[in-house]
Design a protein around this ligand. Structure first.
Ligand code: KG4
Ligand code: ZN
Length: 336
């Protein structure tokens, strides 16, 4: 089956064509530069930019893949969670295309789509699996006993891991988006400052707000002492605390659920230290390790197309009366 995927939940307009597990084309129009002066995503600006970017991106995707729109078997778009105005652009365009082409339409959960990025390409993971989704909006642990059989094990009580990195980067005077900037600065530093681990003890839950506050207090103290801020060391210490917290909960969950493989997904999964540490954990526990290539970790539409295919096979099409859901939750029942 050939699936068209459209993603517009936040600040990336993305279009992809996916034939089963094979990505034919995966295009992304990023809005980073437009939002950078504001230090974060401006919802109205995001929606307007999706509107401008989507049509040319669709045209380019079909041209690049050498495929006519009529060949598409299924049209998929992100239904939520995300920014309502941003979601509406991609979701409405996808429904209009499905209607015009007379093809089925499926709305997908963005966080679950991140997990499914691991199923693209050859040698997909075989359940039972444990997946940590770490992005700008989410930090969630899932167990998968089969495709479409997901159980949410734990999440964050406040900020997401990527959100913490983005906010901390601002405190450190690093540019937006913060995750890659923190990683780059950390390469030149030593993790010599003790910072709290962003976890809730005795559970599979996370909490990142305390870590952010601890960093803010440390910066304030160093500034009051009229010391030049050792930004690389602070970035390395922050990155270490975030990664240690994530790995600790993944290990705790792995001991309980004994999966065949550990999976990482979401924008923060592009982080080199996190990838290395989870790979080492998997080796230690005798489990396999999967993580998508960095371009399929951050927001993209190939993951949306594959998640749509998987959902369609289990639940069938969604009605064209379906609407977006900015706070879409788990699990993922059939429409209705
Ligand atoms: O999945 P994503 O593209 O969008 C959301 O669904 O949120 O994730 C974006 C997040 C941002 O917070 C960004 O700072 C973070 O992923 N990120 C990284 C890296 N690349 C992106 N965090 C750490 N290290 C990276 N290399
Ligand atoms: Zn995302």
């Amino acid at each position: 089956m050939l699936a068209l995927g459209i993603e517009s939940s936040c600040d990336e307009t993305a279009v992809a064509l996916v034939e089963e597990r094979r990505v034919l084309v995966n295009l992304i129009a990023s809005q980073f530069e437009a939002h950078r002066p504001f230090g974060g995503v401006v919802p109205e600006l995001a929606a307007r930019m999706h509107l401008e970017a989507l049509r040319p991106l669709l045209t380019a995707a079909f041209a690049e893949a050498g495929v006519a729109p009529a060949k598409v078997d299924l049209v998929c778009a992100t239904r939520g969670p995300g920014l309502i105005g941003a979601l509406l652009v991609g979701f409405s365009a996808a429904k209009a295309m499905a209607w015009a082409l007379g093809k089925p339409f499926v709305g997908v959960n963005h966080v679950v789509a991140h997990i499914y990025a691991n199923f693209l390409g050859e040698n997909p993971p075989v359940p039972p699996l444990l997946c940590l989704v770490v992005s700008g909006g989410h930090t969630d642990l899932f167990s998968l006993t089969a495709e479409e059989e997901l159980r949410h094990l734990g999440g964050t009580r406040d900020d997401a891991a990527g959100e913490c990195l983005d906010k901390a980067a601002r405190l450190l005077g690093l540019r937006y988006p913060g995750g890659p900037a923190v990683e780059e600065a950390a390469r030149r530093g030593e993790p010599r400052f003790p910072l709290p681990r962003p976890v809730i003890e005795g559970s599979l839950e996370f909490s990142f707000s305390g870590l952010k506050t601890a960093l803010a207090n440390l910066i304030q103290r160093l500034t009051a002492e009229k010391k030049e801020l050792p930004v690389p060391d602070l970035a390395a210490s922050l990155q270490r605390a975030v990664v240690e917290g994530l790995v600790a909960k993944l290990e705790a969950a792995a001991m309980i659920y004994r999966p065949r493989a550990l999976l990482l997904a979401g924008g923060v999964a592009a982080n080199g230290l996190l990838r290395r540490e989870v790979a080492a954990l998997a080796t230690r526990l005798g489990m396999e390790f999967y993580v998508p290539p960095p371009a399929l970790c951050t927001d993209n539409a190939a993951m949306v197309a594959y998640a749509g295919l998987s959902r369609y096979r289990r639940y069938g099409a969604d009605p064209l009366t379906a609407g977006v859901d900015p706070a879409l939750d788990f699990p993922l029942p059939p429409w209705g």
